[in-house]
Ligand binder design. Structure first.
Ligand code: CA
Length: 243
């Protein structure tokens, strides 16, 4: 049975969620503050954590940051704030999804099912895939996993992006977005496609998060180096054209 940790300071809401989860057959633990939540998340292996952002003591974002230094347990953030920036910050900090309060319990249960389904397997599966791709490209003269556009170089293996050897700091999702667009050069990608690529599963959040990541990338690349790399195709999506 999947085991889910609920970290929520509104005790009535925490208990309500717990009852619903038990009814669905999940095992649960709950914490009413950030510190206790973090301790439980460190001490036990949960399949998923439901984490409120506004918590006394240690807030949800801080709990997530500290947890990510040690563990990759999937997290769904519970947020009362409906700002795209908060959601982006949460996703960048390593949350898998978020849900805005108040939410219908059916919606939360649906997102829990999706998150559990797409949980990254910590088995030999992942290793097998990367070992295979390494041996495939080992003999190639060009270094594998390098994508270029003008002076920009995206090094997949090192998870590094440079312009003329100058490093550009990107968050994980900005990196994924850039990689997806570079790999699909001259193909216009819709917001839905980009969202799916960047979030890696049946993400149910708003697609305008894609626009936020594009704005970040433009601010870090286009505006700094005076180029027009990321092009908007009105009503369709985004594309990087060949030089
Ligand atoms: Ca709260």
């Amino acid at each position: 049975m999947p085991k889910i940790l609920i970290v929520e300071d509104e005790e009535k809401l925490a208990r309500f969620i717990e009852l619903e989860l038990i009814h669905e057959g999940y095992e649960t633990e709950k914490a009413f503050d950030g510190r206790t939540g973090l301790e439980l998340a460190r001490a036990q292996d949960f399949d998923l954590i439901l984490l409120d952002i506004m918590l006394p003591g240690l807030n949800g974002m801080e709990v997530l940051r500290r947890l990510r230094q040690e563990k990759a347990t999937p997290v769904i953030l519970l947020t009362a704030r409906d700002s795209v920036m908060d959601k982006v910050a949460g996703l960048d900090a390593g949350a898998m999804d978020y849900i805005t309060k108040p939410f219908a319990i059916e919606e939360l249960l649906a997102r829990i099912r999706v998150s559990l389904k797409y949980r990254k397997p910590e088995t030999a599966d992942g290793d097998g895939v990367s070992a295979g791709s390494t041996s495939l490209t080992a003999g190639a003269s060009a270094r594998p996993g390098i994508l270029r556009w003008k002076a920009l170089e995206l090094d997949e293996g090192r998870h590094r992006v440079t312009w003329d050897s100058q490093e550009i700091e990107l968050t994980n999702r900005e990196f994924l977005m850039l990689k997806t667009l570079l790999e699909n050069r001259d193909i216009v990608l819709s917001r839905d496609t980009l969202l799916e690529k960047v979030c890696g599963y049946d993400y149910m959040g708003e697609t305008n998060i894609v626009d936020v990541y594009v704005r970040h990338l433009r601010a870090k690349i286009d505006e700094v180096y005076g180029v027009k790399m990321l092009q908007t195709i009105r009503g369709v999506g985004y594309v990087i054209r060949s030089e």
